[in-house]
Write a protein that binds this ligand. Structure first.
Ligand code: SF4
Length: 291
């Protein structure tokens, strides 16, 4: 629905060609609802797959308050009986609670929450609402019978990865009626690495400079790279580290009787597909022809 994102997450994966304009200049795909409807009208495939809303850039970022493109597209998906997932970091989605509630058997809402620590959130993702505000909204949605999940993604090494930090998120999930949890560790690219170093600087304002240097060295060790980090790399963190973090997360989820998974949404007889590797363009819904 939107190109660019006001949530300003330092680790954002959607910033392929990095420029601060990604956070500052938001382009709305103003004819997205019309394109969506015309594509659904001409849809021929029998493939039944749910739509993922916000796979890149948040469909409920502040611009949605003005343009209402997500709301209009959701209405169209519902009209054509298309199941959908929404991924968001927003509280603005509460504006559409009735809309999603009337479709609760065919939608699934996922909040990406990385930390309950406000000092860290203000630095790492300054345009997002505090986790406490998101959990209040999640509670309203789960009380309304809508399936809700939290995706702890990314888990950021040395910043949001402590057992205490993750337990705090899980306890809040439990108290908010969240049934499903998943998580993933941060991936590093050259542009993300540059922003991470700025984040280290801001986090270290009151610490010694050596502390910042130590974080940089630890990242090089965890992600197995030397500077400068090449633009062709998209690095996963060390397997041993990742396995330990995700194992702890899974145990914490199971201990609280939640699911370490997302439910599968079963589509309608005629649905639209998330592209599979051997699909041709006729099986891919696209909102790229926007104005
Ligand atoms: S909400 Fe998603 S798209 Fe927006 S800045 Fe954060 S990570 Fe990027």
């Amino acid at each position: 629905m939107y190109q660019g994102c006001q949530h300003r997450c330092g680790y954002c994966y959607a910033t392929y060609e990095w420029s601060p304009a990604f956070y500052d200049k938001i382009y709305s795909k103003s004819n997205a609802p019309e394109i969506l409807e015309s594509q659904l009208n001409s849809w021929k495939s029998k493939v039944i797959e749910p739509v993922m809303i916000s796979s890149a850039t948040d469909a409920y970022q502040p611009a949605e308050l003005k343009f209402e493109l997500t709301r209009k597209c959701v209405r169209i998906l519902q009209k054509y009986h298309i199941p959908y997932y929404v991924f968001t970091k927003s509280t603005l989605i509460s504006r559409d609670i009735e809309l999603h509630q009337q479709y609760k058997d065919n939608c699934f809402l996922v909040w990406s929450i990385t930390t309950c620590n406000e000092n860290i959130r203000r630095i790492v993702e300054p345009g997002t609402p505090p986790a406490s505000a998101m959990f209040k909204v999640i509670k309203r949605f789960s009380d309304a019978g809508i399936r809700c999940a939290v995706n702890i993604d990314p888990i950021i090494p040395l910043i949001t990865d402590s057992i205490n930090d993750i337990d705090l998120i899980l306890d809040n999930c439990l108290n908010s009626g969240v049934g499903y949890i998943l998580g993933a560790t941060l991936r590093l690219r050259a542009d993300i690495w540059e922003r991470m170093k700025s984040i280290f600087k801001m986090l270290n304002k009151e610490e010694e400079e050596e502390e910042e240097e130590a974080r940089i060295e630890e990242y090089k060790r965890l992600y197995h790279f030397n500077e400068p980090l090449s633009h062709i790399y998209n690095l996963a963190v060390d397997n041993g580290y990742s396995n330990t973090i995700l194992k702890n997360l899974k145990e914490g989820v199971i201990k609280r009787n939640m699911n370490f998974d997302f439910p599968y949404l079963i589509g309608s007889r005629r649905s639209i597909g998330i592209r599979k590797s051997n699909d041709d363009d006729s099986k891919q819904l696209s909102l790229m022809k926007f104005i």
